[in-house]
Write a protein that binds this ligand. Structure first.
Ligand SMILES: O=C(CO)[C@@H](O)[C@H](O)COP(=O)(O)O
Ligand SMILES: [Fe+2]
Length: 221
């Protein structure tokens, strides 16, 4: 497995000072941006204009997590604005293989997310179309929820499938990632960790990132 990556979620940052909040986590591997439409999830955050402003405000890679209906229609716009990776939910896509190809064609990495109760097995054969799989470890919609241990077996099965496919697909977890949970996720096979409240509620967010990364590296399977 390759390096362990920490992506702070700005959902837990001060939205009135986003550029400064992003500058506080300069030792992160990418910035995780949660786009919610109040349809796919019961919460509303931001859309293309705000993400464009974030793109202009930092040189960090942007990891866009789309929690929106009709991902096939909207996800390509986020690739066009210069996101490093665009993650759509499989539950919100009518044609996930076509969409993944479209994202790659527009210069972004293609990533697909699964809610906690969505099985990975139906999608095993399309892993090679993806650069990253996101396994949600909370029900999407809000920061500050507790990590769902029930997802750990799915992380293990996804890691095995990625190894079997023999392609360098990242395995991301998102939700409830904190010092007391990240080791379990890393042992199970995750290598990209989104952390919102664990980073932005810390007195020193950059130190919190270094600590999380060290815990993940030590626990690496
Ligand atoms: O996508 C989501 C929530 O739906 C996340 O990215 C949250 O922002 C993670 O927050 P914490 O659970 O780490 O506080
Ligand atoms: Fe997220």
């Amino acid at each position: 497995m390759t390096g362990m990556h920490i992506h702070p979620s700005i959902l837990s940052a001060d939205f009135a000072r986003l550029a400064e909040e992003i500058a506080r986590v300069d030792n992160s591997d990418a910035i995780h941006v949660d786009v919610m439409d109040n349809h796919f999830v019961p919460n509303l955050t931001m859309g293309v204009p705000v993400v464009k402003a974030i793109r202009a405000a930092t040189e960090k890679p942007l990891d866009i997590h789309l929690m929106i209906e009709d991902a096939d229609r909207w996800a390509p716009d986020y690739a066009d604005l210069g996101a490093e990776s665009v993650t759509f939910h499989v539950e919100a896509s009518g044609a996930p293989i076509r969409l993944a190809r479209e994202l790659r064609a527009r210069g972004s990495k293609a990533a697909m997310a699964l809610k906690p109760a969505t099985p990975i097995e139906p999608y095993m054969d399309m892993l090679t179309e993806l650069d990253m799989v996101l396994l949600m470890t909370v029900e999407p919609g809000f920061g500050g929820q507790s990590f769902l241990d029930v997802v750990l077996p799915k992380i293990r099965r996804a890691r095995q499938a990625i190894e079997d496919a023999g392609v360098p697909i990242a395995l991301q977890v998102d939700g409830g990632v904190a010092p007391d949970t990240i080791e379990r996720a890393a042992e199970a096979g995750a290598n990209v960790f989104v952390a919102g409240s664990a980073v932005y509620s810390a007195d020193d967010p950059a130190q919190a990132i270094d600590d999380l990364r060290a815990l993940a590296r030590d626990a690496q399977s």
